[in-house]
Design a protein around this ligand. Structure first.
Ligand code: MN
Length: 319
């Protein structure tokens, strides 16, 4: 139980924290064949803006493995953003999408009150798999909206010296992504053709998370390699990012998300009760619809934990 006083002192200690902190991710086995690096959520940093889940997978040689085989499963309260560097994924969902996802193209699935999808390697599939799976939490006002899926084959991009910037989400460098999001948010990939530096105008109201997808980068005095997330607190007016030749860096940012959330399995919600209802609806075949063109059996939801799920704020503090 938290008193008002302990909440206040936690707020003070948060202000004492350094403006930037390097957070190592942890390896999570996904199915029988692959391990992903989970950069968000972390114990003390659940989100960067509305970005609430960051899994970095690969590069993995999957030529002698089954590739990706994720059976139909549900989502609520979030958008999934799939971004590939290598490989292909066939996405199918319950709003009728059957879309091949390729490197450099952006795919945004908005669950609203409920959507189901599956992700499979197409046959045949390229030998390398490398990418990120990102979730964006929907603010309460959009959590019950209709589900949708949007494929963006063309994204705004520009080159500055040796660096090519591809804008996934939001606004940067005077350009705007066509992807629809529901809170102030940015996502971009920086690709370094040679050793170099990029200076970007930052939004002082945004916090940022920066990760190396390949190679190495340097931000302030922090060296970044794949497997860790650099968190920058709000207040920066510009970002100076150095990269080594061949490196690719993912920049995520947004206004700190101030609604406490419950994240459990594939659901994001505002309360334990909403999670229980979503799980019951999925298991009963209600609400989410059927994934089109996919004969695979849906994934059953795990059992609810014995304890009540707490809504947590972005620092992991329970409410
Ligand atoms: Mn999913």
């Amino acid at each position: 139980m938290e008193s008002g006083q302990s909440a206040a002192s936690a707020e003070e200690s948060a202000l004492d924290q350094p403006r930037s902190v390097l957070l190592p991710g942890h390896d999570v086995p996904l199915g029988r064949y692959s391990v992903v690096r989970r950069l968000l959520p972390q114990r003390d940093l659940r989100m960067v803006g509305a970005w609430c889940f960051v899994d970095h997978f690969g590069p993995d040689d999957v030529h002698d493995r089954p590739g990706m085989q994720v059976a139909p499963h549900p989502h609520t309260g979030l958008q999934t953003v799939t971004w590939l560097l290598d490989g292909q994924i066939r996405h199918r969902d319950s709003v009728g999408s059957d879309q091949l996802i390729r490197p450099g193209q952006l795919n945004v699935m908005t669950s609203g009150h409920g959507i189901a999808h599956s992700e499979q390697s197409p046959q045949p599939y390229p030998p390398l798999m490398h990418g990120v799976q990102l979730w964006v939490a929907l603010p309460r006002a959009y959590r019950d909206r209709e589900p949708a899926f949007d494929h963006h084959p063309e994204l705004p991009a520009w080159t500055d010296g040796p660096v090519t910037v591809r804008l996934l989400v939001g606004e940067l460098g005077g350009l705007r992504s066509p992807a629809v999001v529901h809170s102030p948010l940015v996502g971009a990939q920086l690709e370094f053709a040679a050793d170099g530096e990029l200076l970007l105008a930052a939004d002082p109201c945004f916090e940022y998370g920066i990760l190396a997808l390949s190679g190495a980068a340097q931000v302030a005095d922090c060296r970044l390699v794949p497997g860790a997330l650099l968190h920058l607190a709000p207040g920066a007016a510009q970002l100076r990012i150095r990269g080594a030749a061949g490196s690719r860096v993912l920049l995520l940012g947004g206004e700190p998300f101030d609604e406490p959330l419950v994240m459990w399995w594939n659901f994001v919600a505002g309360s334990h009760e909403e999670i229980v209802r979503a799980r019951e609806d999925w298991m009963a075949g209600r609400r989410f619809g059927a994934v089109c063109n996919d004969p695979m059996d849906p994934l059953p939801a795990p059992a609810m934990p014995a304890v009540r799920l707490k809504a947590r704020d972005r620092h992991g503090r329970g409410r």
